[in-house]
Ligand binder design. Structure first.
Ligand SMILES: CC(C)(COP(=O)(O)OP(=O)(O)OC[C@H]1O[C@@H](n2cnc3c(N)ncnc32)[C@H](O)[C@@H]1OP(=O)(O)O)[C@@H](O)C(=O)NCCC(=O)NCCS
Length: 169
């Protein structure tokens, strides 16, 4: 399989926060944006492998800045690393200032998707070749996050998490 770049999977969704999508503070409701981030990440994973993909795990979501009613936000999702059948996708959410158009990062979500065949059996995906400095950083730390996710889901023994253990040695 020919390796692909993270850029090849880039998926961009831009939207505006409307009444009915907010919490009592008039900021975008968290569950609403999570669903959209999951969709964008799923499309990015599909673009990388051109197979059916399913969400295996939502590894981490950091809500750093609220997105207000009327705010315009953009989700940018890209595959950061692929393994055998699984892919890590990072979805960054940016809010843009109406007057200055300055973009501030509001949310970061890290997902694991798995490529499956029509019977739901995991299937192989292409390798990934990072290009930018950020893509290299995310690629290099992805195995730690995979091991942590597998430990938390009870699928890996902490003693087997070589990459995580190396952090403390
Ligand atoms: C995700 C799923 C396909 C994994 O199937 P499985 O039989 O457990 O397969 P495996 O144990 O071989 O895991 C497949 C890959 O997923 C990875 N994986 C599984 N669970 C994971 C988790 N919690 N975190 C990170 N990676 C995980 C495995 O490490 C493996 O990666 P690799 O092939 O790249 O090495 C299966 O559990 C499933 O279908 N879950 C339901 C998915 C779903 O309905 N999602 C919501 C709607 S899309």
């Amino acid at each position: 399989m020919t390796p692909k770049t993270p850029q090849a999977s880039l998926t961009i969704l831009t939207d505006i926060v409307l009444p009915g999508e907010t919490n009592p503070l008039d900021n975008l409701f968290g569950g609403d944006i999570l669903a959209r981030m999951d969709r964008a990440s799923s499309i990015a994973a599909r673009r990388h492998c051109r197979e059916i993909v399913v969400t295996a795990s939502v590894n981490h979501v950091a809500f750093n800045k609220a997105i207000p009613l009327g705010g315009v936000y953009t989700i940018e999702a890209k595959v950061s690393r692929s393994f055998f059948s699984s892919m890590e996708i990072i979805a960054d959410v940016w809010v843009e200032d109406r007057k200055t158009s300055e973009r501030i990062k509001a949310i970061e979500g890290i997902y694991t998707f798995v490529a499956v065949d029509v019977n739901g059996k995991p299937t192989r995906v292409p390798e990934i070749t990072p290009e930018t400095e950020l893509e290299h950083q995310r690629f290099n730390s992805a195995l730690r996050r995979k091991q942590l996710s597998l430990i938390l889901s009870g699928k890996m023994k902490p003693a087997d998490a070589t990459e995580l253990k190396a952090l403390f040695e």
